[in-house]
Design a protein around this ligand. Sequence first.
Ligand code: FAD
Length: 303
Amino acid sequence: MSQFSRRHDVGEKIRVSFEFFPPKNDEMERRLWEAVTRLGPLRPHFVSVTYGAGGSTRERTARTVRRILEETGLTPAAHLTCVDAKRAEVDAVIDEFVAMGVTRFVALRGDPSEGVGAVYRPHPGGYANGAELVAALKRHGDFDISVSAYPEKHPESPDFAMDIDMLKRKVDNGATRAITQFFFENDVYERYVERVRSAGIFVPIVPGVLPVHNFRQVANFASRCGAHIPAWLAERFDGLENDPQTHALVAAAVAAEQVLDLVERGVNEFHFYTMNRADLVFAICHLIGIRAGGGLHVESAAA
Ligand code: FAD
């Protein structure tokens, strides 16, 4: 049986990006930079920094992006949302990032500031959705723009057709790549990609992979953002609430199984939601042949 994921040169054919969130205090700052330092040598295509509503979170995103630019050789992508801001305010944030030297963005509508699940009301003078934000970014420059995609449909979308129509608008406005919400069933992702292609959308649909550091937290978040937790996944973590060591081993096995299966299905680009932790992501990258400073050079007798 030919297994692509076991080829000696598989790591040279796979591209990864890592997502971080801006830290809120010194301890979180220390943890973020530990993760960046460990994952950086894997030479990701880019590292992205999430963006929240409210002035202080925005400043934290800007500070983190600036530090990545100044202190690492990594390429940052700044997330940006439309939440609670007039168009001119969003435009000013774009200008600030551009002045720093940022050329990559992840453009999002964002969630209501009251939290995921509350009804979203666009700011009356703001950009209404991801598609309008992509168009605004394009007016500022020729950036690399990633947008979101939802293999299980965004919870606010009445149906898949409307969901994919929004993705099409974002791509028509200039998005170059879509990164998916996390998912655990690879068949769901594959069916989604087929739907997207038949709608005439041909940008990469990069799977967003979330290693399960804490099953209870992931299950709670998934229920609010429309991602399905399959029964088999819940069963795998069942009874491990007070056993962090086994939980971590199971999480590594689950993520490895998912990523290796996607590689077998021909996926060659991954976006990891790191949660500012390096261990699981580093291990998964290692498994798919991604090594510090380049590809995997060990010749395999079975290749
Ligand atoms: P859009 O692309 O504008 O819309 C998504 C879908 O929702 C569309 O398919 C559309 O059909 C539907 N929809 C949108 N508005 C309406 C409406 N008014 N009525 C009916 N349907 C509607 N959030 C953050 O706050 N900060 C981040 O940094 C961040 N990063 C993310 C990165 C990735 C890769 C992903 C997948 C999500 C991220 N999010 C982030 C979460 C995101 O903001 C939420 O999922 C949000 O609810 C939708 O934003 P969007 O850009 O996907 O919206």
